[in-house]
Design a protein around this ligand. Structure first.
Ligand code: MTE
Length: 333
């Protein structure tokens, strides 16, 4: 990853409050059957939660899903949510530039309607699927996950999505499917980072998982966060979230999902195989060649309050350990 000296987060103490309100209000919505569409929340509550952040329109396919959301299907214990402003303004989405603020600044150029995803490869039911069709059969769940970037910063984010396993089962993988390959939209006219002659990345952005990783119940296809549809800078309209792996595995704005027999070559592994492995499991014992992975900077933080915490193996999701029982994690990093 192209690393720059991290700039301290812009979040202030007062930005944290809306996230506490978010949780209590959302619990209320869950108890009430969550029959309210987000647009129906009192205007003041809305203004508080998304303090100072411009919100886009909510598409009908998303609003229809709201009454049935399974709130807090997974939580992060007592860990505080990272404020909405940081989650949506401190991003990595190199298609829109390499600065943390570039995605929020430029990703509105990404055209997400209409959106379709090609599902192909080793499946009995290949073909293009519109986003609406793809999401329709699934009940959305809120999953509060830690996100640990390989650059040694982290966040806690309330995603909305559904298990990738459900989507893959619908495509009916054949016996030859051993890996899943994901590809991000490639639209140079909308993506300043792709047009820039300085990028070393071989676009489109590609990621991959082993089949058992893809089928693990924690692996999520996200379509929203903080009770809202995904902002473009976070990978609208559909992204992967694999909470026990470094953030670069969680590929954004997916247009193609292929089930394949061979291990796919992924973007960062291709660029710097000594630094970024295919597995990319969060591991405090295996340092990046240029920095330690033993600790992480939890956002929000500042120069005076660096908020450095210990990094945990598999980002604290020990339940995945059995996937790697026969793997030397130092070799297969
Ligand atoms: N997906 C694409 N297509 N392009 C990217 O540059 N960056 C990755 C990942 N997915 C990236 C991507 C990295 S390095 C991280 S840490 C996470 O997205 C960041 O997700 P966030 O911006 O929603 O926090």
């Amino acid at each position: 990853m192209l690393i720059k000296t991290p700039s301290p987060s812009a979040a202030r103490e007062c930005d944290v409050t809306p996230e506490a309100h978010y949780l209590s209000r959302r619990r209320f919505m869950g108890a009430a059957g969550a029959a309210l569409a987000m647009g129906a929340l009192p205007a003041r509550a809305e203004a508080e939660r998304y303090a100072g952040v411009e919100l886009g329109a909510t598409p009908a396919w998303f609003t229809e899903k709201l009454p049935e959301i399974r709130w807090q299907a997974v939580t992060a214990g007592e860990e505080a949510l990272t404020p909405y402003a940081d989650v949506t303004h401190y991003n990595n989405f190199y298609e829109f530039g390499t600065s943390k603020g570039d995605p929020a600044r430029y990703a509105d150029k990404l055209v997400i309607e209409p959106w379709s995803v090609m599902i192909d490869g080793e499946v009995a039911r290949p073909g293009p699927v519109s986003l609406e069709q793809l999401v329709q059969p699934h009940r959305l769940e809120e999953r509060i996950y830690r996100l640990r970037c390989v650059e040694a910063w982290s966040m806690v984010i309330p995603w909305l999505g559904f298990p990738l396993a459900e989507l893959l089962k619908r495509a009916e993988p054949t016996g030859k499917a051993r890996y899943v390959r994901f590809e991000t939209q490639l639209a140079p006219e909308q993506m300043a980072g792709v047009r820039s002659g300085f990028s070393l990345i071989d676009w489109p952005y590609v990621e991959g998982l082993r089949m058992d990783e893809a089928m693990h119940p924690l692996t999520l296809m996200a379509v929203g966060l903080y009770g809202r549809v995904l902002p473009n800078q976070n990978g609208a309209p559909l992204r992967l979230v694999v909470p026990w792996k470094y953030g670069f595995k969680s590929i954004k704005s997916i247009v193609r999902i292929s089930l394949v027999a061979e291990r796919p070559q992924t973007t960062w592994e291709k660029l710097a195989p000594d630094e970024y492995g295919f597995y990319a499991n969060v591991n405090p014992q295996v340092d990046h060649p240029r920095w330690s992975q033993a600790t992480e900077r939890r956002l929000p933080n500042s120069l005076f309050s660096p908020n450095v915490i210990d990094t945990r193996l598999f980002n604290g999701y020990e339940e995945v350990a059995s996937l790697y029982s026969d793997l030397d994690l130092r070799k297969y990093y």
